[in-house]
Every structure is written in structure tokens, then in C-alpha cells.
Write a protein that binds this ligand. Structure first.
Ligand SMILES: Nc1ncnc2c1ncn2[C@@H]1O[C@H](COP(=O)(O)OP(=O)(O)OP(=O)(O)O)[C@@H](O)[C@H]1O
Ligand SMILES: [Mg+2]
Length: 271
């Protein structure tokens, strides 16, 4: 194991995901993200907020290795993305990613969807015939209890409510036994009561399973309510990094700002 003292001084040992001056593009011409730097500490609940098209989903794809930056550096667990590196691939398997579209198999049951999260641990032939080890099935039931869906484990996903579908996607990600949970606007289309119920499920899981979470939100109030840190993205740039401390909203880059000012600034970015 690498000696802590041998690590470059600029890399914090607390970090699980680091981005340094990252730019990204889909066509090698137009930069979608420009010089974004962020440092996500282990155990934090990090949120990303910004207007539609500002580059939030792209940011998450860079974090889970689905995209490679055109400039700058992304480190997960101090490792640069390298699909040929076994240790990197093992690390990446510990990232639970919930895409904006959830990616559920709607004609399959809740349990079958959740077991997808365990597939990297299960022999390919056995998983094809749905012969799962007993301990994995027991773990899936534990996870389903945690998200409040165990009684619906045999139900087809297309028969579930919007909030329940989100719980399935969370359970599938937790089944990976992740260190980090990345969720792309998982509560955006829900009413505020159901959105908070789903957020409470994630908060509960995060505490019980010792997870770092990075979540994209459209609603700044919800982000500030649940996250320790909120990065605001505007037109591909990180313009703020804020969080609630006591009664105040702190701008971690420049000093204190009142809640009203922050919300007004965010409204600007929506225009
Ligand atoms: N696969 C792709 N190919 C080309 N351009 C893309 C692709 N995905 C996203 N883009 C473009 O990149 C920009 C940022 O997209 P991204 O999906 O990251 O935004 P977002 O902030 O997540 O938006 P939303 O809130 O609507 O989900 C947009 O202009 C979008 O059209
Ligand atoms: Mg998006």
C-alpha cells in the first residue's frame, strides 16, 4: 500500500474524487465544461446545481469514468482513469451510478433489477440462469428493506410509482456495495413530499453504509437542505461552492453570503 507521506503534497488524503482544471467536450470543438476544479471529501454529501444544459450530467460522467476530460485531471481514489488498469477497474466498480433516466428494466421485477448491482460479483453463467448465491439474495432483501420496498420485491417495475422506481434505482446502486453514490436528478420530477422521502432514504443509506454521495439537483433549496457542499455550475463553469453553516450560507471560495443573495445568484444562472 502506498505510503501516505509519498503522496504529492497537493492531494488531500480525505478526498475520494478530485477534479483539477477539467474541460470536456463531445465533439473536440465546443467545450461543455471549462476549467472545473472540485474536491469531494469522503463521507460528504455533495450536490451539483445548475440550469438545464449547464453541464451537470457531463460532470457526473467524468466522475464515473464514462467520459475522459479533454484537459485537466480527474482522480478517483487517487487514480487516473485507465480501463486497462485492474486496480482502477476494481475501484470504479465501487461507484454506484444512477443515470438521469434511471436505467431500470421496466418489464423485470424489483428484485431482478436490484440483483443487477451484484452481477460483477457473480459468475456469468449462474447470473444468466438467475442462480444467485443465498447470501446475495439475503443482502438484496436487506437493501430493499433499507429503501422501504421489500414487500414489493416481486412486482414488475412498470407497476411502481415514480418514487418507488427511484427507490429501486437506489437499491440497485447500493447492491454494488459502493463507496460513492452518483445520482443524476433522481428527485427532480417528483412532488416535494415524495422528493424528500427519497432524499431521506438516501441520507439513511448514506449514514448506515458509510457512503459519499454526489447528487445533481434542480432545486437549490433541496440541495442546501441535504448537502454539506453545493457546487453551482453555470455554462460549464463552477461559479460557486457553498454550504449551510448554522443560520448562514457560506461561500467556501470567497466568504459569507446571505441566503437571499445566493438564491438570487442562482436565479440568474437559470436565465
Ligand atoms: N452525448 C452528447 N453529445 C453531444 N452533446 C451532448 C451530449 N450530451 C450532452 N451534450 C450537450 O452538452 C451540454 C451539457 O449537457 P448536460 O447533459 O451535461 O447538461 P445538464 O446540465 O445535465 O442538463 P439537464 O439539466 O437538462 O439534464 C448540452 O449543451 C448538451 O446538449
Ligand atoms: Mg442532466
Amino acid at each position: 500500500m502506498e505510503n501516505e507521506e509519498n503522496k504529492p503534497a497537493s492531494i488531500s488524503t480525505l478526498s475520494i474524487i478530485q477534479m483539477r482544471d477539467v474541460s470536456a467536450s463531445y465533439d473536440s470543438k465546443n467545450a461543455i465544461l471549462k476549467n472545473v476544479s472540485m474536491n469531494v471529501h469522503r463521507g460528504t454529501n455533495y450536490a451539483i446545481v445548475g440550469a438545464s444544459g449547464s453541464g451537470k450530467s457531463t460532470l457526473l460522467k467524468l466522475m464515473n469514468g464514462m467520459m475522459i476530460p479533454s484537459n485537466g485531471i480527474v482522480l478517483y481514489n487517487y487514480q487516473k482513469p485507465d480501463v486497462k488498469n485492474k486496480s482502477y477497474k476494481k475501484s470504479m466498480a465501487k461507484i454506484g451510478y444512477i443515470p438521469q433516466t434511471l436505467g431500470l428494466v421496466k418489464n423485470s421485477t424489483v428484485m431482478d433489477n436490484v440483483m443487477i448491482g451484484a452481477l460483477p460479483r457473480i459468475d456469468g453463467v449462474k447470473s444468466f440462469f438467475k442462480i444467485f448465491p443465498k447470501k446475495e439474495i439475503e443482502y438484496a432483501h436487506d437493501i430493499l428493506k433499507l429503501v422501504g420496498l421489500d414487500e414489493k420485491s416481486d412486482r414488475k417495475v412498470h407497476m411502481l410509482s415514480g418514487g418507488e422506481k427511484r427507490r429501486v434505482a437506489i437499491a440497485r446502486a447500493l447492491m454494488q456495495k459502493p463507496h460513492v453514490l452518483l445520482a443524476d436528478e433522481i428527485v427532480s420530477e417528483l412532488d416535494s413530499v415524495t422528493a424528500r422521502e427519497v432524499m431521506d432514504v438516501i441520507k439513511d443509506a448514506q449514514q448506515k453504509l458509510n457512503l459519499t454521495s454526489i447528487m445533481i439537483h434542480h432545486d437549490m433549496n433541496l440541495a442546501l437542505e441535504y448537502a454539506n457542499r453545493v457546487a453551482v455550475i453555470k455554462e460549464g463553469e463552477k461559479v460557486l461552492e457553498i454550504g449551510v453553516e448554522g443560520e448562514q450560507i457560506i461561500d467556501f471560495q470567497t466568504g459569507n453570503l446571505t441566503q437571499q443573495e445566493i438564491l438570487e445568484m442562482y436565479s440568474e444562472s437559470q436565465k
